[in-house]
Design a protein around this ligand. Structure first.
Ligand code: FES
Length: 108
C-alpha cells in the first residue's frame, strides 16, 4: 500500500492482513501519522484521506469514528481514522493521503 505524504512524496510499504493503517505506518517509521491515543479513538492524529477509488472497499466507519473525525483538520469526504482501518488482501494497492495538519484532541 502507499502513503502519500504531506509534501506529495509517496511511501510504498508492505502491509499484513489484520494490521491497522496506523500500525503499518508506525512499523515503517511514518511519524506524520502520530496515533497519539494508540487507537482509542480519542485524538484523530491518525487521520488519513483515502483515495476515492478505494473508499468503497473499506467497511463503513462506526459512529464513534465519525464523531472523532469531526475534529480532524482538512476533513474530506473520504476521510478515515487510520487506527480503525484493518488491512486485508482486497486492499492490496491501497492509497491514502496523510494530511499536512493534524488535530490532537488529547492536547488541543
Ligand atoms: S490513534 Fe487516536 S484516533 Fe486513531
Amino acid at each position: 500500500m502507499t502513503f502519500v505524504m504531506p509534501d506529495g512524496s509517496r511511501r510504498e510499504v508492505d502491509a499484513q492482513p489484520g494490521e491497522t493503517l496506523l500500525a503499518i505506518a508506525q512499523r515503517h517509521g511514518i511519524a506524520e501519522l502520530e496515533g497519539a491515543c494508540e487507537g482509542a479513538m480519542a485524538c484523530s492524529t491518525c487521520h488519513v484521506v483515502v483515495e476515492t477509488e478505494w473508499f468503497s472497499k473499506i467497511p463503513e466507519p462506526s459512529e464513534d469514528e465519525d464523531d472523532m473525525l469531526d475534529f480532524a483538520y482538512g476533513l474530506a469526504l473520504t476521510s478515515r481514522l487510520g487506527c480503525q482501518i484493518e488491512f486485508k488482501p482486497e486492499l492490496d494497492g491501497l492509497v491514502v493521503r496523510v494530511p499536512s495538519q493534524r488535530f490532537n484532541a488529547l492536547l488541543d
